[in-house]
Design a protein around this ligand. Structure first.
Ligand code: NAD
Length: 268
C-alpha cells in the first residue's frame, strides 16, 4: 500500500491538532511534519505532544519551505493572513495543497485560482459529506423556488471563530445563487442594522451567531407566502472535518494541477 506523506501547517490549532491525530490514526497516511506561527510556543516541541503526549520524532517547525518539500500533500487550516505564504510554497515546491482556511479576500481567492493552473489545490469551506450534500440540495431548491421565496442563510459557530459569515455560509449562499443563476455579490446582504427598508426581492441574506463551543451549524431558509422550507446541517464534532480533510488529502496527492472541491472527492 502506498503511504502518503501529509504535512500540517498550523498544526497546533484546533483543526491542526485534529488533522495530526487523524493522520497518525490512518494507515494510508504518515505525518511529514508540521509548522506553526514563528512565535508560537510550540516551535521545537515534538508533534506527538500536540495530540496525545506520545512522541512521534518530529518537531513543530517555523518554516514552511522544508515541510512542503518533504510532503506529498500539505493540509492548511490556519488563517487568511498566511494563505498567500502557503500558496507561494505550494507553487514553488509543486506540492498539492488542501486549503481549508476560510475568510480569504477577493485578491487571495484570485491568487488561489491562478496558482491552481500550476499545482493541484483542493479548496473547501467545509469538509463534511453532509454539508457538501446540503449545497446540492440548496442549489436544487433555489432552482425550483422562484424569488417569491426569500433566501436567508443562518449560521452559528464557537466564540473563537474570526471570520463572518462563515466560509460554509458563503458557499451555501453561492449554491443558492447558482440555482437562481444570479451573481452572489449582486444579491448578498451580509449585515443588516437600523432602518433598512423592506427586503428587496431576490436578496440572499446572511445572519451570523457566535458563542460557546459550537463546531458549526447552518440553516438555509426559503421563506415564501404561507410556507417556509428550512434545510439544516449541524456538525456535532470537529473530527468530522479532520476525517474529511485527510480523506481529501489522500485523494489529492499526485493529482495534476487544477482547482478541486470536496464534490470531486466525494463523487457527488
Ligand atoms: P485556530 O486559530 O485554532 O488555528 C489556526 C492555527 O494556525 C493556529 O495554531 C495559529 O497559530 C496557526 N498559524 C497562524 N499563523 C501561522 C503561520 N504563519 N504558520 C503556521 N501556522 C500559523 O483556528 P481553527 O479553528 O483551527 O480554524 C483554522 C481555519 O480553518 C479557519 O479559517 C476556519 O474557518 C477553517 N475551518 C475550516 C473547516 C473546513 O471544513 N474547511 C473546518 C473548521 C475550520
Amino acid at each position: 500500500m502506498t503511504v502518503t506523506k501529509i504535512g500540517v501547517v498550523g498544526c497546533a490549532g484546533r483543526m491542526g491538532r485534529m488533522n495530526v491525530s487523524a493522520i497518525l490514526e490512518n494507515d494510508a497516511a504518515t505525518l511529514a511534519g508540521g509548522t506553526e506561527h514563528p512565535e508560537s510556543e510550540w516551535i521545537g516541541r515534538d508533534m506527538g505532544t500536540l495530540v496525545s503526549g506520545a512522541p512521534v520524532g518530529l518537531a513543530v517547525g517555523g518554516d514552511p519551505a522544508p515541510l512542503f518539500v518533504a510532503s506529498d500533500v500539505v493540509v492548511d487550516f490556519t488563517s487568511a493572513v498566511v494563505a498567500d505564504l502557503h500558496i507561494k510554497h505550494a507553487l514553488e515546491s509543486k506540492t498539492p495543497l488542501l486549503l481549508g482556511t476560510t475568510g480569504l479576500s477577493v485578491a487571495q481567492q484570485a491568487a488561489v485560482e491562478e496558482a491552481a493552473k500550476e499545482v493541484a489545490i483542493l479548496q473547501a469551506a467545509n469538509m463534511s459529506l453532509g454539508v457538501n450534500l446540503l449545497m446540492i440540495l440548496v442549489e436544487q431548491a433555489a432552482r425550483v423556488l422562484n424569488p417569491d421565496y426569500d433566501i436567508e442563510v443562518v449560521e452559528m459557530h464557537h466564540r473563537h471563530k474570526v471570520d463572518a459569515p462563515s466560509g460554509t455560509a458563503l458557499a451555501l449562499g453561492q449554491a443558492a445563487a447558482d440555482g437562481r443563476t444570479v451573481a452572489l455579490e449582486e444579491v448578498a446582504q451580509k449585515v443588516r442594522e437600523g432602518i433598512t427598508g423592506a427586503r428587496p426581492r431576490g436578496e440572499i441574506g446572511f445572519a451570523t451567531l457566535r458563542g460557546g463551543d459550537v463546531p458549526g451549524e447552518h440553516t438555509v431558509i426559503f421563506a415564501g407566502e404561507g410556507e417556509r422550507i428550512e434545510l439544516t446541517h449541524k456538525a456535532g464534532k470537529r473530527e468530522l472535518f479532520s476525517q474529511g480533510a485527510i480523506k481529501a488529502a489522500l485523494w489529492l496527492a499526485g493529482k495534476p494541477a487544477g482547482l478541486y472541491s470536496m464534490r470531486d472527492v466525494l463523487g457527488i
